[in-house]
Design a protein around this ligand. Structure first.
Ligand code: SAH
Length: 446
């Protein structure tokens, strides 16, 4: 195969980032925007030794999974991967993605429980928009810092678009300078929006390369006109660093409270701009209910590692004998302690530390949890942590909540080599229309 060759292939599989895969001359060809079951005409864009990247030229025979794409920036903005196939096809792909990872990387051939789905398609309760040099908010293109202007995102509540329009008008009228990352100059870097779905409380945070926002009163008036009573918090996040990390460490309230409050699994959850919170509240509830079903916390000691603002552990605390949460970000631990008090929970304790260090320390304190929950970031648990769990705590049940099937599978393998077996696992679609999928797995002591 040579670059620019054109040929016809059948799409037989998808990659983890949503590209279709076909075969030509014994080589895998990756073709974005295709669906399993398509027969397509493709042009080779890049040819390597064992695989190639192709561009879709024409769909000769469409897959039965295809639907009409409804978003003008699909495949430009870097958000959705699956607006061209039905949701039922997408959820099957995700179920299979988790199954394949556990089989291939984890070495265990066990079918998943049915993927958890449902909730709103406008599910995102959080968005961070860069702003282009003309003062238009949008999203970064896939793997890039090119800004695709877009205010109406089909995964986000409609109020976000109205807020963006208000901020853009304010920026134009008061000549607020826009941050230019190539020269590290200009004031406004990002607009960061959060909504607490259950209460509809709204938080607007402007990330700025400076310490003040001129004419901030005028901005607040405009935001009030758009959000009404639901506007509970307007903040500045100070980020003067020459970095592509979006948020700085310091937040300054310019209107209302420093946080908004959502309700998750019956728990009031205080959210400040810096603390982690699942972006899909309705599906997070289903995920945590499944985690509780696996954990069986009734009258047991529960250890919740990587606990964020404490949500998983607190949602089980009323049934459990005690809960200990561990998290590395101090603001999240402050939120966890507050959330515990605010919900009249008296049997929870939170520790700000690295999960493995805290586990080591707790093992020395002779803590004996019957259930250990882990919910690590994408890179998964450290080997050291798994060793402490399996050799020191030896809990009857480990509940593993994961946002990355590959590292989940890797870690499950280590657990199974250390006296645990994978009882069952359930994928959960917290991110419809994107490639991401969560999983909750139950490991039991052999
Ligand atoms: N369980 C929480 C948060 C999960 S996200 C929830 O469901 O909302 C993963 C969390 O792990 C984040 O809050 C992150 O700050 C935290 N984290 C990352 N590295 C860590 C480490 N080494 N030790 C402890 N916590 C860590």
């Amino acid at each position: 195969m040579q670059k620019n060759d054109e040929f016809i292939i059948d799409i037989i599989d998808v990659t983890s980032d949503g590209s279709g895969i076909g075969k030509q001359d014994g080589m895998a060809v990756f073709v974005p925007l295709t669906a399993v079951g398509d027969r397509v005409k493709v042009k080779a864009l890049k040819v390597k030794k064992t695989y190639a990247y192709g561009k879709l030229i024409e769909i000769l025979n469409p897959s039965g999974d295809r639907i009409e794409n409804d978003c003008p920036v699909f495949n430009k903005c870097g958000g959705c991967a699956y607006r061209h196939i039905s949701y039922s096809a997408e959820s099957k792909l995700k179920e299979n993605k988790v199954y394949e990872a556990i089989k291939r990387i984890g070495g265990i051939d066990l079918k998943p429980q049915k993927i958890l789905t449902g909730g709103s398609y406008l599910y995102r309760n959080k968005a961070q928009y860069p702003i282009n040099c003309e003062g238009k908010a949008g999203f970064y293109a896939f793997h890039s810092h090119r800004i695709i202007p877009c205010k109406k995102c089909l995964l986000q509540p409609e109020i976000f678009e109205k807020i963006l329009i208000a901020v853009e008008e304010f920026v134009r009228e008061y000549n607020i300078s826009i941050y230019n990352e190539s020269v590290h100059k200009g004031l406004l870097r990002h607009i960061y929006l959060r909504i607490a779905e259950a209460t509809q409380e709204i938080m607007v945070t402007l990330v700025i390369n400076g310490s003040n926002l001129p004419y901030d009163e005028a901005l607040i008036q405009r935001l009030k006109a758009v959000c009404g009573e639901n506007l509970k918090s307007v903040q500045l996040n100070i980020n003067r660093k020459d970095t592509n990390v979006i948020l700085g460490d310091i937040c300054k309230v310019i209107y209302g409270n420093p946080y908004i409050t959502d309700i998750l699994c019956g728990i009031k959850v205080r959210l400040s701009p810096l603390s982690f919170y699942q972006v899909n509240r309705q599906m997070a509830e289903k995920l945590y209910q499944k985690a509780a079903e696996y954990a069986k916390p009734d009258n047991k000691e529960v250890l919740d590692l990587y606990c964020g603002a404490g949500t998983i552990g607190l949602s089980m605390a009323k049934k459990a004998k005690s809960v200990i949460g561990v998290e590395i970000i101090s603001e999240a631990i402050e939120d966890a302690n507050y959330n515990s008090k605010n919900n009249n929970i008296h049997n929870a304790e939170f520790i700000c530390a690295d999960a493995a260090c805290a586990a080591d320390m707790l093992a020395k304190r002779n803590i004996n949890p019957e259930v250990v929950i882990v919910d690590p970031p994408r890179k998964g648990c450290t080997q050291e942590l798994i060793k402490i769990i399996t050799d020191e705590f030896k809990p009857l049940r480990v509940v593993y909540v994961s946002c990355d099937p590959a590292t989940l599978a890797r870690d499950i393998k280590q657990f199974t080599q250390c006296g645990y077996s994978l009882q069952e696992y359930t994928p959960a679609d917290l991110f419809p229309r994107t490639t991401h999928v969560e999983t909750v797995a139950l490991l039991i002591k052999k």
